[in-house]
Write a protein that binds this ligand. Structure first.
Ligand code: NAP
Length: 272
């Protein structure tokens, strides 16, 4: 059986790369796209961020209206690779149409994830949301959780390309969530520290600090730095190309077929 997938954000860097991955997989098929600028066209008529041979995906229809797409196109999985508010609305609509969802779009609020969680369970529909689909990044987060038990002083530096709208990254937020599962709660740094430049100490979550860098040339990078007595432990991951996320997206498309509720984080479908 081929898994039929609808992609939102096909012209984007992630969306184009996902379409490339899908067209190279025998058991996954692209059946529709959602794009705010190309209603009524077919995929071959729109300019994708990555160039590759579309083959049978050439004639895939493009819709501006997600509801229309979900009603007209028979699909198994909806994949969202857009921006947070649009991605949330699309995913909600997909689940309401009983369509399984895989979400790469980052920046959903806790409230939005809760809403999708309830909706997925009520509709018995699988949904996998992962702030980072790179398997190396998932391992970085898991190693950070292990380290935090012994090194409660920790700061995160995350670096992304300058077109990213949300900060800190979903990966950094998820890393801090995981760290909090093993780290004793403590306020870091000097109790009387102050900033002479606003934001110099970064954002604060449960006493930890997170710093977000945005520069052209970067893709997605994160260092989790733990400080101990006369020692530092740095756990670092770099994604140099959006290709690095595609193996995780492929696994999620496969795994969501058997799910009936929302799963947050790629680690929950990996054997780790
Ligand atoms: P991108 O190249 O900027 O692509 C974003 C896509 O969303 C474009 O097709 C864009 O279309 C569309 N879009 C933007 N605003 C829209 C709106 N208001 N309504 C409808 N469509 C809209 O970004 P990207 O690098 O592909 O990243 C896409 C998403 O994936 C982001 O949320 C990013 O943070 C996330 N991401 C996740 C992972 C992961 O592993 N989970 C990894 C990398 C990136 P226009 O050209 O019309 O604006």
């Amino acid at each position: 059986m081929r898994i039929k997938v609808i992609v939102a954000g096909p012209r984007g860097k992630m969306g184009s790369e996902a379409i490339k991955m899908i067209t190279n997989e025998e058991h996954i098929e692209l059946v529709g796209c959602i794009d705010r600028k190309n209603n009524g066209k077919t995929l071959r008529e729109i300019e994708l961020a990555t160039f590759f041979e579309l083959n049978e995906a050439r004639n895939v229809p493009v819709f501006e209206n997600p509801a229309e797409c979900f009603e007209k196109v028979e699909a198994d999985v909806f994949l969202d690779l857009t921006v947070p508010d649009v991605g949330f609305t699309n995913t909600k609509l997909a689940i309401e149409h009983k369509l399984r969802a895989v979400v790469g779009t980052s920046g959903f609020s806790t409230e939005q994830i809760k809403t999708l969680n309830t909706l997925a369970s009520t509709n018995n529909v699988g949904c996998i949301i992962a702030p980072n689909f790179a398997i190396g990044a998932v391992l970085m987060m898991q190693f950070s959780k292990m380290a935090a038990k012994y090194f409660p002083d920790v700061e995160i530096i995350e670096k992304h390309h300058d077109q990213k709208v949300d900060a800190p990254s979903g990966t950094a937020v998820k890393t801090m969530d995981l760290i909090q599962e093993t780290r004793e709660n403590k306020q870091q740094g000097h109790p009387n520290e102050f900033e002479t430049v606003e934001g110099a100490r970064g954002g604060e979550v449960a006493g930890m600090r997170v710093h977000s860098m945005r520069l052209p040339g970067l893709v997605a990078h994160q260092e989790v730095i733990f400080g101990g007595k006369s020692q530092l432990l740095t756990i670092k991951h770099d994604s140099f190309h959006r290709e690095s996320f595609m193996e995780g997206i492929k696994l999620a498309i496969e795994a969501v077929m058997d799910e009936k509720h929302l799963i947050y984080g790629l680690e929950n479908i990996l054997d780790i």
